[in-house]
Design a protein around this ligand. Structure first.
Ligand code: FE
Length: 250
């Protein structure tokens, strides 16, 4: 697993091309539910071994609010000069996003959602879970669910669903595929990955990760630029991206 070895421009181009082809036209898919986020699961499981790179992304610095999104405000000047690995980074809270209708309790503990039969472009996301003063949060729970490459959620089993725990340095990781889009309201939701992040002493975060360059981003009512991944193409044909979550003290 690695990050940052490919050309960013090539990566974005690859994602755009991929997304342009990845229109999963599930006309029966329901619209996202704009209900406010609920509580996240309690502490569960053990930390994973060999956490990946703890690169600090700059994705948290330019959030925009949107209607009904809750706490997507961004404040400047929250960088703690003692923050580890946050050199110059803004530790503004990660923008919240809707829970949607497809969250299921009880997903298995796993950071690798790819199974042998899973179709789609492999994607690795790594980053750090931090608090408002940029200090990493050991053991934070990161719960993920998403559609498959055709834009379909598994609402019966646990396909492309799982949770894992950040390691002692706050590093989290995810191995999955680029989700397909699905139809809603006469258009398509852009590709997105649902995430809930929780840790004792912090407010639970419900959000979604998007993909820079998706042509449906700008017309989506829930898209927030600061939540967009910028995957880079890897030598093996997969994509890799980084994303840091910043929780608000509870
Ligand atoms: Fe969704």
């Amino acid at each position: 697993m690695g990050t940052g070895h490919g050309s960013r421009l090539a990566g974005i181009g690859g994602v755009v091309a991929l997304l342009a082809l990845g229109c999963g036209c599930d006309a029966g898919a329901a619209a996202e539910d704009a209900d406010a986020p609920a509580d996240t699961p309690a502490d569960r499981g053990d930390a994973f071994d060999g956490a990946g790179e703890a690169d600090v992304s700059d994705g948290a610095g330019d959030a925009e609010t949107f209607d009904g999104a809750g706490d997507a405000d961004v404040s400047d000047g929250t960088v703690d000069d003692g923050a580890e690995g946050a050199d110059g980074a803004s530790c503004a809270p990660t923008a919240a996003n809707i829970l949607g209708p497809y969250y299921l309790e009880g997903a298995p503990e796993r950071w690798d959602l790819v199974e042998p039969a899973t179709a789609g472009t492999r994607l690795t996301v790594t980053g750090v879970v931090r608090g408002p003063e940029c200090v990493s949060i050991a053991g934070a729970v990161v719960d993920v669910w998403q559609a498959d490459a055709d834009g379909v959620y598994d609402n019966v089993g646990w396909t492309l669903r799982g949770w894992s725990r950040a390691d002692a340095a706050g590093s989290w990781r995810l191995h999955t595929i680029v989700p397909g889009r699905y139809a809603t309201g006469g258009t398509f939701r852009p590709a997105h990955i649902h995430v809930r992040v929780s840790a004792p002493g912090f407010l639970p975060l419900t959000t979604q990760l998007y993909f820079a360059g998706d042509p449906y981003n700008e017309t989506d009512p829930y898209y927030v630029p600061s939540l967009a991944l910028e995957p880079e193409a890897q030598a093996d044909g997969s994509l890799a991206a980084t994303f840091d979550f910043v929780l608000t003290a509870g």
